[in-house]
Design a protein around this ligand. Structure first.
Ligand code: PLP
Length: 365
């Protein structure tokens, strides 16, 4: 394999998506999952997650699994056979929600929106007279669109509001309690600036009371997971599964970075970087994909100029600048690029680097 190593392997990737504290924590001695020091780290991680979720929910914890595990947990704990789940779809992850809810036994009422547009809270809330769950993605990573979850929360009635905050948590305003989010899930690898592997999850007491009591997933049964986090959730700690101690220590360190910098300052940094990138792309004559007024700062979508080979540009950026940008999703795979500005990458230097490198790549690739 050595001969296939490239510049990137030898000298590391380009700008890192992870906060230095989160990376450093991965190199610390690995504690046992029952070590009181680890329990303290877990408690602190849960406290930090409450801050970034904007919640006081006792049951706020890092699930062992990626963001999709959080999605599974959200649905298996809230819907069973025959329960109605209204799902707002304006991109790939809304679509995935439909599939996960269906497999959990729900009767899915899907409310489609044009990709690149935010969800319409009124249309979603009026799609069914008495759903058990209404679900929506706050920040659609596949299209770069931010939706108004607070507005949906006001209209949810008796339904439980399930929210995907994978690409907003830790970088954008997120106020789970104020907005009426009953169940929320996220990932660590986006604005939290931690490696992928955990799913920050939160569920209100009211939603917990209305949960599916014997869900088809043992591993993701939130009724059992209260004991896993122990004191942090007000429960007596009991063994559930062996905690991924290194990842949780890394999450705790990453959250520490965010809270030390200040949540407002971190959000302002993401907002400024996203806006500067979007302005710069438009100054280059490129057309943004997400509708104006709902563009995510953390993930910018831009149309590939006609005649330009999307994949060739992405390879050029990777090989020459160690910069990875995403292709589009679904039918936009080769006509849209997706550029992240997340965690430590959300800074003016990254913006200048991406704009300069992209200009060169478009000209030469
Ligand atoms: N939801 C959104 C909005 C996402 O962006 C992603 C992943 O990028 C997921 C869910 C799934 O998360 P994961 O890939 O960590 O399982």
């Amino acid at each position: 394999m050595t001969e296939t190593l490239t510049y990137r392997h030898l000298f590391g990737p380009g700008p890192s998506n992870c906060y230095p504290e989160a990376i450093a924590a991965l190199g610390h001695p690995i504690l046992g999952h029952l070590d009181p020091l680890f329990i303290e780290i877990l408690d602190r991680a849960c406290d930090g997650l409450r801050e970034v979720w904007g919640t006081r929910n006792a049951r706020t914890l890092p699930l062992s699994g990626t963001g999709s595990a959080g999605m599974e947990a959200a649905f298996v704990n809230t819907v069973g056979r025959g329960d109605v789940a209204v799902v707002a779809v304006n991109g790939l992850f809304g679509e995935r929600m439909c599939e996960v809810a269906r497999r959990a036994g729900a009767e899915v009422v899907r409310v489609d929106h044009e990709w690149g547009q935010p969800i319409d809270p009124e249309r979603v809330a009026s799609a069914h007279p008495a759903p058990k769950v209404i679900a929506a993605v706050h920040a659609e990573t596949s299209t770069g669109v931010l939706s108004d979850i607070a507005a949906l929360g006001k209209l949810k009635g008796d339904a439980l509001l399930v929210t995907d905050a994978v690409t907003s948590i830790g970088g954008l305003e997120l106020l789970a309690d104020d907005w009426g989010i009953d169940v929320g899930y996220a990932g660590t690898q986006k604005c939290l600036g931690v490696a992928p592997g955990l799913a920050p999850f939160t569920i209100s007491d009211a939603a917990f009371e209305r949960r599916i009591k014997d869900p088809q997933s043992w591993y993701l049964d939130i009724g059992l997971l209260g004991g896993y986090v122990g004191a942090a959730s007000g429960s007596k700690r009991t063994y559930h599964h062996t905690a991924p101690v290194a990842m949780i220590a890394s999450l705790q360190a990453g959250l520490g970075h965010i809270l030390n910098e200040g949540l407002d300052a971190v959000q302002a940094r993401h907002a400024a970087a996203g806006l500067a990138l979007q302005n710069g792309l438009q100054e280059m004559g490129l057309e943004l994909f997400a509708a104006e007024g709902c563009r995510l700062p953390s993930l910018t979508t831009v149309r590939v100029p006609s005649g330009v080979d999307s994949a060739a540009v992405r390879s050029y950026l990777l090989e020459n600048f160690s910069l990875e940008i995403g292709s589009g999703a679904g039918e936009f795979a080769s006509t849209v690029w997706r550029i992240g500005m997340m965690g430590p990458n959300a800074n003016p230097g990254s913006v200048v680097l991406v704009l300069g490198a992209l200009k060169e790549a478009i000209a030469k690739a």
